[in-house]
Design a protein around this ligand. Sequence first.
Ligand SMILES: C[S@@+](CC[C@H](N)C(=O)[O-])C[C@H]1O[C@@H](n2cnc3c(N)ncnc32)[C@H](O)[C@@H]1O
Length: 279
Amino acid sequence: MAKLIGYVGSKEKLLSVIEDYIPVNTSIIYECFCGSAAVSLSQDVSKYYLADSQPELINFLGCVRDNPDAVISRVQELLDQGVSEELYMALRVQDRKEGFLRTDLYSRAARYFFIVNNGYNNLYRVNGKGQCNTPYAKGKKKIPNDWKERITETSEKLARNCNGIFEQQFDNKEVLQAVIDSQPEGQTAFVFIDPPYYGTYDQYTKERTSEEFWERLYQYLEDLDEAGIPFLMTNSYHEFILEKFGKWNITEVPVKYTVAADGSKRVKTSEAFITNLSK
Ligand SMILES: C[S@@+](CC[C@H](N)C(=O)[O-])C[C@H]1O[C@@H](n2cnc3c(N)ncnc32)[C@H](O)[C@@H]1O
């Protein structure tokens, strides 16, 4: 299935490596930093739960699941106006207006889709007030031709297998409990944890990277471990990460990333795959 949206930090290219970590008897996947949900959407599991702290992303995923035709018609209305920097900027500033969160959910979803597809680096970046500030990609990005099919196919998949889409902090305890409780006897829930990479945290959200964030993540992994829930966390292969999460199994995974908005620059780097599974 073609991906729903291009997304900075998407795990699309590492899916085959990630798959090796998903235990065979997994019936539930929980992505608590879901982004474009690349991992869940690529798997044929009976259930998955998606969560992220970005409200516009979560609204978009919910709208795609509930009414793909409404999302498609709102996006089409935007495309009919012609993709331009003027339209992009007019959409971008909407979240500065009073009552934005009370506007039609599907128009917000179409706005999100338009920005992610036409903004720099497929990034929906926000400032300290949670307002989008991604620069326009100056026509270098464009919505893929099969965007309608992508929305429709993803919608069918979400409607069939996605048990919940939550706007929340990753370590929300009630949602984790709901995941654990919905686990059939003898089967496993697998938690995939893909937080912003060490050193790049402010790309997505108004929260800033801090010692406290990494400590919360450490505590979260401890809790999963104590509850016997298998997890895989991915992050930069950085000294800080290796030290902080060194009590679990860490594998260095080489990866190539595109860094320029027009895809012209690539860097080779390594990711750390951190798991409580024996690897
Ligand atoms: C590296 S991206 C995830 C990419 C995703 N795995 C994919 O394949 O598209 C990290 C995500 O974490 C979200 N995020 C950042 N801080 C968060 C927090 N404190 N709690 C939950 N989600 C958070 C961001 O909105 C972003 O979507």
